[in-house]
Design a protein around this ligand. Structure first.
Ligand code: TMP
Length: 212
């Protein structure tokens, strides 16, 4: 049984997940000096998962990556990160803050790439090893302003995808929010406004939800 807490940040590109999750990590570290906090991300977070990230995020291949291959690569990175970083920390009672998770696979591979959520859940079942979040913070922003926040793109192959791709991904997030495993664990955060405004909204939610 895990004793720690697993908090996931989710959202489409440009919603500020990475910035916010890192700021929240520092905030919680300061607020609870006796607790240990870990910040991690997907795909990546361990030596092997980082290598898989290089392959799955690469833009340099001439050959187009098959969506099934893509889904398995994200799941294999996840299998490694969960076993090397997330589970060992949860078992020690630590708090893991993660930038992305299997929920991105449901949205991007399941809906935007149209593989379907059932297949994504099946592919991810053994990767997840029953490691589900205690809290999902979904940063919600309209697609156009999100795509304009190009500072988040950083060589990501998804940057070239269309508005339609991200519309489908958002439908995927909506589906994911209804998963029975996430009942009462999903919080949608209004990600409009500046970094500090969004940060304050997240803090409000955490102060209500987290008790250590
Ligand atoms: P990021 O680390 O900058 O958020 O980039 C990760 C990219 O990978 C992002 O565009 C979403 C994509 N991705 C998937 O398509 N499926 C997944 O399961 C994960 C974790 C990420």
């Amino acid at each position: 049984m895990s004793k720690g807490k697993y908090i996931i940040f989710e959202g489409i590109v440009g919603t500020g997940k990475s910035t916010q999750s890192k700021q929240i990590y520092s905030y919680l570290e300061d607020k609870y000096p006796n607790k240990k906090f870990i910040w991690t991300f997907e795909p990546g977070g361990s030596e092997i998962a980082d290598e898989i990230r290089r392959v799955v995020q690469a833009t340099e291949y001439e050959e187009k990556m098959d969506p099934i291959c893509e889904a398995y690569l994200y799941a294999s990175s996840r299998a490694q990160t969960i076993r090397k970083i997330i589970k060992p920390n949860l078992e020690k009672g630590n708090i893991v803050i993660a930038d992305r998770s299997f929920l991105t696979s449901i949205a991007y591979q399941g809906f935007a790439r149209e593989l379907g959520p059932e297949l994504i859940l099946k592919i991810n079942e053994s990767a997840l090893d029953d490691c589900f979040p205690d809290l999902v913070l979904f940063l919600d922003l309209d697609i156009k302003p999100a795509l304009q926040r190009t500072f988040d793109f950083d060589g990501d192959k998804f940057e070239k995808e269309s508005v339609d791709f991200f519309k489908k991904a958002l439908k995927g997030y909506k589906y994911a929010s209804q998963l029975s495993k996430l009942k009462n664990k999903w919080v949608t955060i209004n990600a409009r406004g500046n970094i500090d405004e969004v940060y304050q909204r997240i803090i409000k939610v955490l102060n209500k939800r987290l008790e250590f």
